[in-house]
Design a protein around this ligand. Structure first.
Ligand SMILES: NC(=O)c1ccc[n+]([C@@H]2O[C@H](COP(=O)([O-])OP(=O)(O)OC[C@H]3O[C@@H](n4cnc5c(N)ncnc54)[C@H](O)[C@@H]3O)[C@@H](O)[C@H]2O)c1
Length: 439
């Protein structure tokens, strides 16, 4: 297994749990040392237990030869971030392919777990052949796990997609999944590659779609939570990914939407729908600023608490997290920004004060913004928090709280796409509290 990140560690641990011998190789010495010492370098629920339970079948190494020696499958689970042009950066993939030693016995199969542009399999095949590694097979086996539920997603997936040049190579990868009860989609390499990009682009489209519906709700007086429920109960549509909020982030959706948009553009097709999906997502994060201004007026000199930093709950992943954009927009508006997250403690949010507890973050704050729907925040609308805040304004970016309960507890509440539940902008109301609460 090349790559000891989210996908590599989870896949490696899960394959070991299925009874296979797994060697996980990474290039980061610190990461490998921690894993050898029994310490898990990422936050993923349950991963520590599965690694511990299978420690007899798992090894960690920096040495490529140790990883490849006797291996029947060579999994590639390295990062494929976005370049400035929007294309996927395949540097780490090529590094793995180029360092595969020659003269392996049998027919090891390169299994591509990393998300790569369509055509990558063909290029890897050519590169292997050019090095004389014609006896090394290649299979595209994209990964659909979601951080936070990654192990369960791997063990009970909706499907396993296997795209192979040689059917026998595909058969062997399918066989490796024995013990997992699911649909297997057998196809060619290019189609397997596109399944992954299309799936993430479609999920992102649903999120941007419901966010636009939420924005319309705010203008016409409808409640997006009820609208989404009514829409999602249609069996042709289904309920998933119809939660309005602050937009998508994370290591996958933004880069995969961009990669597919770029791939289509490179091939001469402007993917207009995905351009809109992207724009809507960028605007959605920034709408928080307008909501705060509606209640606070200018943000210069105010203190705003950002509650939740990770791009979604149950992960410490800060890649492309909406909290980053919101924090820097607030700083640009002249606000002081405090932040709390139970697991994400980034050291690169310059100018943002990280707090240990929610109460520390909201102390004397003029507003609190729920950025990530951590379960801990369900009880935010408490009298303790109300007392701590200078002005009791909550912008609920994830529609996590019960608006009526928040009002009843004395908060000015503003969700996403819920105008009936938004407190009217009543300067008088806030001035009253100003007098009472500001010293
Ligand atoms: N994170 C997710 O939820 C998720 C889900 C599905 C698919 N994917 C895709 O899987 C791939 C990996 O994603 P991730 O989130 O696990 O990335 P990650 O950044 O968490 O981990 C990648 C790891 O690969 C290591 N690496 C780099 N070069 C290497 C080399 N030559 N040999 C061995 N290791 C090397 C890095 O040091 C790092 O530890 C990406 O293409 C991503 O798009 C991710």
């Amino acid at each position: 297994m090349f790559g000891a990140g989210y996908v590599g560690l989870v896949t490696g641990a899960a394959l070991a749990d299925l009874g296979h011998e797994v060697v996980i190789r990474d290039v980061l010495p610190e990461r490998i040392e921690r894993l050898r010492a029994g310490d898990v370098p990422i936050y993923e629920p349950g991963l520590d237990e599965v690694l511990e339970r299978n420690k007899e079948r798992l090894r960690f190494t920096l040495d490529v030869n140790e990883a490849v020696d006797g291996a029947e499958f060579l999994y590639v689970a390295v990062g494929t971030p976005q370049t400035h042009s929007g294309d996927a950066d395949l540097t780490a993939v090529w590094a793995v392919v180029d360092e595969l030693p020659e003269g392996a016995s049998g027919r090891p199969i390169v299994v591509m777990k990393s998300t790569v542009p369509v055509g990558t399999g063909e290029r890897v095949r050519e590169r292997l052949d050019a090095r004389g590694l014609t006896a090394v097979g290649y299979v595209s086996n994209p990964e659909f796990l979601a951080e936070g539920s990654a192990l369960a997603d791997f063990m009970s997936p909706d499907r396993v997609v296997v795209g192979a040049f040689e059917p026998e190579d595909g058969d062997r990868v399918v066989e490796l999944h024995r013990g997992i009860d699911t649909e297997i989609v057998r196809t060619d390499v290019a189609s397997a590659e596109l399944v992954k990009l299309a799936a993430n682009a479609f999920l992102s489209t649903r999120i941007s779609f419901i966010n636009e519906i939420a924005n319309v709700c705010e203008l016409v007086g409808a409640d997006v939570v009820d609208v989404a429920r009514g829409v999602g109960l249609d069996h042709r549509l289904g309920p998933h990914f119809l939660r309005a909020g602050l937009g998508f982030g994370g290591s996958c959706f933004p880069k995969d939407v961009t990669a597919l948009k770029q791939l289509a553009g490179n091939s001469g097709y402007p993917f207009l729908l995905l351009q809109a999906v992207w724009e809507v997502n960028e605007l959605q994060k920034r709408r928080v600023i307008g909501k705060l201004q509606k209640h606070l007026g200018t943000l210069r000199g105010t203190t705003v608490a950002l509650l939740g930093l990770a791009f979604k709950p149950n992960t410490d992943d800060m890649r492309e997290a909406p909290s980053r954009v919101i924090a820097y927009r607030l700083l640009a508006e002249g606000a002081e920004v405090r932040a709390w997250d139970p697991v994400a403690h980034p050291d690169d949010l310059h100018g943002v004060e990280l707090c240990e507890t929610v109460l520390d973050a909201v102390q004397n704050a003029d507003a609190a913004v729920i950025v990530t729907d951590w379960p801990e925040l369900r009880s935010l609308a408490s009298s303790e928090v109300r007392q701590a805040m200078a002005r009791p304004v909550i912008v609920d970016g994830r529609n996590l709280l019960d608006p009526e309960a928040a009002h009843a507890a004395g908060f000015v509440y503003e969700g996403v796409g819920r105008p009936r539940h938004a407190s009217p902008a009543e300067p008088g109301f806030l001035r009253e509290h100003d007098a009472e609460l500001r010293h």
